[in-house]
Write a protein that binds this ligand. Sequence first.
Ligand SMILES: [Zn+2]
Ligand SMILES: [Zn+2]
Length: 350
Amino acid sequence: MLAYTYIEHGKFELREKPEPKITDARDAIVRVTLGSICTSDLHIKHGSVPRAVPGITVGHEMVGVVEEVGAEVTSVRPGDRVTVNVETFCGECFFCHHGYVNNCTDPNGGWALGCRIDGGQAEYVRVPYADQGLNRIPDTVSDEQALFVGDVLATGFWATRISEITEKDTILLIGAGPTGICTLLCSMLKNPKRIIVCEKSPERIQFVREHYPDVLITTPENCKEFVLQNSDHSGADVVLEVAGTEDSFRMAWDCARPNAIVTIVALYDKPLLFPLPEMYGKNLTFKTGGVDGCDCAEILSLIEEGKIDTTPLITHRCSLNEIEEAYRIFENKLDGVIKVAIVCQTESNK
Ligand SMILES: [Zn+2]
Ligand SMILES: [Zn+2]
């Protein structure tokens, strides 16, 4: 089968590999129908994920059809359409029991797919702990509607869940990339008083204006002033930082009102300064981390009910054979790209 592979620092390549096999009774093999590219894939390519293993198939956002299951798998059957979770988790350890599945103590726990074990920018993928890692897609939900459930949308849902948003709140969301927009969609479900999105790209500002007309928009240069003018208590009640730069981090706590919650969703590529003397007296609560992707069933129900729709994020479509070009477009943010849907079945396998 074809599999997009991490060769070495700076280099991914489409290679021919054997199809994956069941190696544990809790595994499933999934025939990948659609995959996508995530910014974390680029982090692997550029060496900022040291635990990524050269030779692995990349890709951790995908949907597909269950091809085969191990003897102990009970929640899915061959033929089921499923979303695949970015995280591998056992469902049994202390962290899993508390919903902190990102910290599952299994050796492959957390983000392993497409990083430490073979992922899904390929025709087939082996999913460990399939009872946890796969969720059945409702019949009325399409593959494209479900494509982001296991990763970016799970991240937005988790970030919103831990941010304790109420209907009286002014939310500041920094960064309207794919994860930012997913976080926006999930924040809207909490009916806050206002949502302010801060974004610098004119194309992305246009995207937000077009699709989410109720949202207020500002740019980094004007952000603080805009938030002061458009909030009730001298700053945002909740800040969600999804942009991931030094400046956006500073903006996040600077635009928060005293006693606000600041949730850091972004992954930074270098250490940041936490200027506690400057923050002193603001009494902020910071929440950080990697997604605990254990809400996928609930997210799928919300999609089924029409409450979340991420299909506008799919701006580009291509086949697995064209993945190199898809990476070029995604990495360089060309042509108004937000997300790419990659059809992973080549003709011979259909
Ligand atoms: Zn990702
Ligand atoms: Zn666990």
